[in-house]
Ligand binder design. Structure first.
Ligand code: NI
Ligand code: MN
Length: 239
């Protein structure tokens, strides 16, 4: 991967990431910080957000989208139905799209890909709003480094196509189990995607999310040159 600059990838616990691009653009994926038990308090505030991505409507992914969207006025990319919801809640700059599409925003390339999961939004009145379908994103940073955030998902065979088409350099994969795939499935995901590096996520937040990076390491030990990057919440990987 010579020549590509790795962005600064900070895990805020669960599926929430703050990624700073080589040009200083701040991307927040699946904004859930205020009630996220894994998010270090000092990392729950942002100086700015240029781009916010939401993979699906479950509270542990969209929880702070409205509050942070109002505060920082970022560009927001999500599936059409999520964007309609966020617009109704008062956010501007929303870009509703769907799977297979790519948008250029904040100088970055954002491609929406599939995920095997459900999606609904718990509204303030306690009712569930249709959230479209769950998705993942491949984000291309300046210089060409690509990060795949899988969202919540089971393993699916089309991860091979995501690997072939977009060639992500690094994958952010759920490993907790119960609501998503666990370490065994995530190891196969790494193989299908052909990634060199993986940062496990969506584990440990609650006792039920049992999958561990050690279990992923074990399940993936036959994959040559795969780097399992184990972050603690609040830690940063990259340049
Ligand atoms: Ni979910
Ligand atoms: Mn989730």
């Amino acid at each position: 991967m010579a020549g590509k600059v790795t962005p600064k990838i900070t895990w805020l616990g669960h599926a929430t990431f703050r990624i700073e691009s080589p040009q200083g653009k701040v991307v927040v994926i699946d904004p859930w910080v205020s009630e996220n038990p894994s998010c270090p308090k000092e990392k729950a505030e942002f100086a700015k957000i240029d781009l916010m991505l939401v993979t699906h409507g479950h509270f542990d992914h969209i929880g702070d989208a409205v509050a942070l969207g109002k505060k920082h006025n970022p560009n927001v990319v999500a599936i059409y139905e999520i964007c309609a919801f966020l617009e109704e809640k008062g956010l501007g700059n929303v870009i509703g799209m769907n799977k297979g599409g790519t948008v250029e925003v904040a100088g970055l390339g954002v491609t929406m890909v599939g995920a095997d999961h459900s999606s609904s939004i718990l509204d303030d009145d306690g009712k569930l709003v249709y959230g479209g379908e769950a998705c993942g994103f491949v984000v291309e940073f300046e210089g060409g480094f690509k990060v795949y955030h899988a969202g919540d998902t089971n393993l699916f065979g089309d991860m091979k196509l995501i690997g072939e088409l977009y060639k992500p350099d690094l994958a952010l994969l759920p490993i907790g189990g119960h609501y998503t795939m666990g370490p065994k499935e995530a190891a196969v995901a790494c193989r299908l995607l052909g990634v060199r590096s993986v940062i496990p996520m969506h584990f440990g937040t609650f006792p039920i999310l049992k999958g561990s990076p050690q279990a992923l390491r074990k399940a993936a030990k036959d994959i040559r040159d795969l780097e399992v990057i184990e972050l603690r919440p609040g830690e940063t990987y990259g340049a």
